[in-house]
Design a binder for this molecule. Structure first.
Ligand code: SAM
Length: 245
């Protein structure tokens, strides 16, 4: 929930810097819509506040739109009310691991945590098998955020990163099992950019997650100075992949 509030309030502060990324994400989703021969159901995973999701277009194109997130936001609930009957919210954990981790308690060891993320089953898609499934800019967060909150991460600093890789790979396998059109929007790299435009640091994610080169790439000016740091802009390279029939 904290994560969600942080995203919404940063968007309020740096709206103009995010505009291009949000427009590119919505356009990618519409490319996915155009590929769908059948338009019974669309599923959006990591829907959040739907800043990057063209909900009205989806509600026009599909009989049912499911907005799934581990935290259903008030914005998503408002969209469900606005497009009453066509848009629904689902409180759903895309990793399938969070309830297992909660049941294990604080004494769980790092190897066991990683094993849970690797093997957990999120189950069938909420709402039923979709004709379009969108994974909306959540891939790199799936294991990272819960990984950081585990007590055992205090002694094993690499644990959140390993959880992120395990959860991302598991999500990609789950997506590949879907029969409909799949649109993946995800971070390809995290960059620190100096005020003069020099690239100070690049952390590549694509190879780590084991995903092919994206069909399109753009930059998301996630945290312009001084949001994240006084001396560099935090920028993500975002990729989009479209697969399926
Ligand atoms: C960077 S935000 C994506 C932006 C969002 N599509 C929007 O436009 O507001 C990542 C989203 O993934 C969601 N998320 C994180 N872990 C998740 C999980 N295990 N299952 C489902 N959603 C998750 C977060 O709650 C957050 O809303």
């Amino acid at each position: 929930m904290q994560e969600h509030v942080a995203i919404a309030s940063r968007h309020d502060r740096v709206r103009a810097a995010w505009a291009q990324h949000l427009a590119a994400s919505r356009e990618a989703i519409l490319l996915g819509v155009a590929r769908c021969a059948q338009r019974r159901r669309a599923l959006v995973i990591g829907a959040g506040d739907c800043l990057d999701v063209p909900v009205e277009d989806l509600a026009t194109a599909f009989g049912q739109v499911v907005l799934a997130d581990v935290v259903v936001s008030p914005v998503a609930r408002g969209l469900a009310r606005r497009f009453c009957g066509r848009v629904q919210c689902a409180n759903w954990d895309a990793t399938g691991a969070l309830s297992l981790l909660a049941a294990e308690g604080d004494t769980i060891n790092p190897a066991e945590v990683q094993r849970i993320f690797e093997r957990a089953d999120p189950g069938p898609p909420p709402g039923g098998e979709p004709d379009l499934v969108v994974s909306a800019n959540c891939l790199s967060q799936l294991g990272l955020v819960p990984g950081h909150s585990l007590p055992t991460a205090a002694v094993d600093k690499e644990l959140p990163g390993r959880c992120a890789v395990a959860a991302a790979r598991r999500h990609l396998d789950w997506l590949a099992e879907r029969s409909g059109v799949r649109v993946l929007l995800a971070d390809v790299a995290r960059l620190n950019i100096a005020p003069d435009g020099r690239e100070l640091k690049r952390e590549g994610l694509r190879e780590r997650f084991g995903v092919r080169p994206p069909d399109r790439v753009w930059r998301w000016d996630l945290a312009p100075i001084p949001e994240w740091a006084q001396d560099f802009h935090r920028v993500h390279e975002v990729g989009m992949w479209i697969d399926g029939p």
